[in-house]
Design a protein around this ligand. Structure first.
Ligand code: 3EB
Length: 347
């Protein structure tokens, strides 16, 4: 199928604005996915597996990340829309749209002899072209996954190579760069291609800084030749509420990593960073962000530290929230834990 055909069929789905939409993220017991989908009334944008088996066929993109789940029963992550969804797949890129937002999933194999920097820049250029052509030009949220994130290659850590490619593509073609950069995550998988997941929208969003942290796009050059391109959080305000997309948040104050080697202290520092971010977002939100339910993903570098990290996270901040624990490598060697989230408030 040619790309032109894909675009026309997705564009024709843009008449579905009857009810206010929001991204739903649910964690569903793998064995219960089909009955859940049949009864929830939600339209799936995608299903993400961390190793749990996925029933077939689902009629929406199914993605797999090699980030082993560390707790509880095997769960599937389901992204849903309240309004009908159209999905298409073409040459490593799956896209689901509902007239309001676009969920995209891009897989780029790393070819021998081609640097991660070049692979990343190519993937980002394609992503940006695609969202513009489909009429969802505003980037809302980005997730980046690739293996061996801390490995040094040709004198530069792979995370830093990734940052160069991402920066080059975004700085070239994102208007109002770097202020328009959305919240993001970059985590190392145990295996697999470069996987970039993204949300984009018809309307613009508001990006939020963390008063305890330097904006990542202003990090000094000691962290790499090009700064990491992301915002600490992104707010999507709807008619009847707000969604806050919280970027990967770690034990970083100013621009410096805190508490090397100490998982409990890093977890506490991360909680303090999350509280500061929520306070910053509160006056910009419709409804009450701090008291609203969230879904949080906790990336843990060493499974042996899970119990201590988990204990430290028994905190009122997560009172009405769901936490999923995954094993992943974080983009600075000394970081042991990182937390991202999505908080949805209705008013
Ligand atoms: C930090 O604060 C921790 O490069 O996209 C967190 C979230 C981090 C996203 C990214 C990096 C990224 O710098 C690392």
């Amino acid at each position: 199928m040619g790309q032109g055909q894909i675009h026309r069929s997705l564009l024709s789905g843009r008449n579905v604005m009857e009810t206010p939409g929001a991204l739903g993220i649910d964690y569903i017991d793998a064995a219960r996915l089909l009955p859940w989908l049949a009864t929830s009334g939600a339209h799936p944008l995608a299903v993400i597996s961390y190793g749990a088996p996925v029933p077939d066929p689902l009629g929406c993109p199914v993605l797999t990340l090699d980030l082993p789940q560390l707790d509880a029963r095997p769960m599937l992550e389901v992204w849903t829309s309240r309004t009908p969804v159209r999905s298409h797949h073409h040459a490593g890129l799956s896209v689901s749209v509902n007239g309001e937002m676009l969920a995209g999933f891009l897989h780029a194999e790393e070819e021998p002899g081609i640097s991660l920097e070049v692979t990343t820049a190519g993937a980002y250029r394609r992503l940006l072209r695609e969202i513009r052509e489909l009429g969802y030009p505003h980037l809302w949220r980005l997730w980046n996954y690739f293996p061996r994130i801390n490995e040094e290659r040709a004198g530069l850590e792979r995370y830093r190579q990734f940052c160069v490619g991402r920066y080059d593509a975004l700085a070239d073609s994102l208007s109002d760069f770097p202020l328009s950069l959305p919240a993001a995550t970059a985590v190392g998988t145990a295996s697999g291609p470069l996987q970039i997941y993204f949300l984009a929208g018809v309307t613009s969003v508001t990006h939020v800084s963390n008063p305890r942290q330097v904006n990542a796009y202003d990090y000094p050059a000691s962290y790499g030749p090009r700064s990491p391109s992301f915002a600490r959080a992104t707010l999507y305000r709807r008619d009847h509420g707000t969604q806050l997309f919280i970027a990967g948040t770690a034990s970083v104050v100013g621009h410096a990593s805190q508490h090397p080697g100490l998982p409990v202290e890093q977890t506490r520092e991360t909680l303090t960073n999350l509280r500061a971010l929520l306070r910053q977002a509160e006056p910009l939100s419709e409804g009450n962000i701090s008291g609203s339910p969230g879904v949080y993903k906790v990336y843990v570098r060493h499974p042996s530290q899970l119990a201590a990290i988990r204990r430290t996270l028994r905190d009122p901040l997560f009172e009405s929230s769901r936490l999923l624990f995954l094993q992943g490598e974080l983009c600075r060697q000394e970081l042991l834990v990182e937390i991202e989230g999505l908080v949805t408030s209705d008013c």
